[in-house]
Design a binder for this molecule. Sequence first.
Ligand code: NAD
Length: 297
Amino acid sequence: MTATSPMTATLIDGKAFAASLRTRIGTAVTAMKAQGITPSLTVVLVGEDPASEVYVRSKGRMTREVGMNSFEHRLPADTPQADLLALIDRLNGDPAVNGILVQLPLPSHMDEAAVINAIDPAKDVDGFHILNVGRLATGQKAMVPCTPLGCLMLLRDQLGSLAGKNALVIGRSNIVGKPMAQLLLRDSATVTMAHSRTSNLQDLCRQADIVVAAVGRPHFVQGDWIKLGAVVIDVGINRTDDGLVGDVDFDGAAKFAGAITPVPGGVGPMTIACLLANTLTATARANGLPDPEGLTP
Ligand code: NAD
């Protein structure tokens, strides 16, 4: 620790937060089952991408652990898009299916947007359907993408109100950066979006009370870019020779930040917990019940 970096950051334990979130979800599932409703999540996997296989397996296991029904459909990589759309149509019409998740990426012969937009928006637990994107952007009740929803929960837990905070989101993807910015705006933060063509990233970072990094480049955000006391949320998952690392130089940033998420054990576990939260929310809405408390923005 040097004279210019007197702070020791609080470690934001996403793993513990996600575990307690899953316990709360499990309790709510038990209560729903007592009313004769069993929430269910259906995951569709096309092809044999090894990383996707791992994600799908852990999604299934965690779904069952909270007491929900978990269904899986595995289709070969050369499945015609029409067959996938026909399956989605069947799942849309099946009242026993509350949440539908089509694991991305899809094989290159498929049109990802067309597939996502074929999912019933009420069952779109990833929150990627264009109607849910529009609803989020206009402040209406939406299904919200899991990773940014998890980041929001961690930020609120650290900071309480986000109103008036300068928030910098680095990365403008549809699954992380853009919905993250919408959620921060909704909580009245002053939001700046940075991306690959941003010219003064370090200056923007030094002004930010909140930094959310979703770039996909190992240790991209340097420690001395971080404003003293800022809250740093590292979404990045990068496989390197040193194992999994985030988009932020953790050791450097921890000297300046007030609080920071580790990788692994930060945002990652929140993503699956929020998928279960969204499945519970979708089930509640499908059955005319109020939204479960604390699981929606
Ligand atoms: P993406 O590749 O779709 O988007 C990356 C973004 O980074 C782009 O918008 C691009 O403009 C921006 N970028 C690239 N170079 C930049 C630069 N030099 N300066 C500023 N911005 C730059 O990635 P994504 O899907 O948003 O994922 C980002 C990271 O988050 C990846 O490491 C991914 O593995 C990880 N991720 C983690 C979770 C989780 O559950 N923790 C979920 C989704 C994604």
